[in-house]
Design a protein. Structure first.
Length: 228
């Protein structure tokens, strides 16, 4: 599973961490935006696997993943813009599932005696906690309220909060429990304060609960991997 995890990291970096609002808009407006996005994926795929680039099977896998990534992303754009499919949580999860399955199927055979390093797993979980969770929570709220808006200021607050919770679990020993309780309390107090004075932002109970439900289990998993 060495190549699978490495390529999955490249995918998450391209699809979430380094997919800005401008790139997302570009993808919806022109296929050149999709090509640019896929180039970002290929760049990270090469960076985390650079020593295996001379392998023909790895180079072929990158080529096929690049092509299928373009096809899948462009299909999603067309289905939403031309055929008026609902861009909701189900389409979002379906799209991610297709990408993950393609990586699993097309990833080349693992090199002998090589194991995935811990930092790969930690980064994967970190992206899920921060940027993936941001999109997931947005679509989850949209499932109950179609008028839900995507507010940039709000998303960065959520990312920082979940990242702080995630970071607390990496603290050695049992001190992390003190850190996590402190951070959660600060998050609740901060959100209530901001909600009172920033009426345009939605720092609701839903946001707080959803953020913590995602952040805490992921952070516990990361801690177990870190201490292995």
């Amino acid at each position: 599973m060495y190549f699978f995890w490495n390529l999955l990291l490249a995918h998450l970096l391209a699809d979430f961490t380094f997919q800005t609002d401008r790139i997302a808009k570009w993808k919806r407006e022109n296929i050149s935006g999709v090509f640019f996005h896929v180039l970002i994926f290929l760049f990270f795929a090469v960076v985390v696997n650079y020593q295996y680039l001379p392998r023909r099977d790895f180079a072929l896998a990158l080529l096929l993943l690049g092509i299928t990534h373009v096809v899948e992303d462009q299909w999603r754009v067309i289905s939403v813009t031309k055929y008026h499919s609902h861009d909701n949580i189900f389409l979002f999860l379906y799209d991610q599932l297709v990408h993950i399955l393609l990586i699993f199927i097309l990833a080349p055979a693992d090199p002998p005696y090589v194991t995935t390093e811990k930092w790969i797993y930690i980064l994967l979980i970190g992206i899920i906690v921060t940027h993936f969770a941001m999109i997931f929570i947005y679509f989850l709220k949209k499932l109950f309220d179609e008028k839900t808006l995507f507010i940039s200021k709000e998303k960065y607050h959520g990312i920082v909060e979940r990242l702080l919770i995630f970071g607390c679990f990496i603290i050695p020993g049992n001190w992390f429990w003190l850190g996590i309780v402190t951070i959660v309390m600060l998050v609740i107090v901060e959100r209530r304060f901001i909600r009172r004075f920033k009426k345009d932002l939605d720092f609701s109970v839903f946001n707080i609960v959803a953020s913590n439900i995602i952040a805490v289990p992921c952070a516990i998993l990361a801690r177990q991997i870190w201490l292995m």
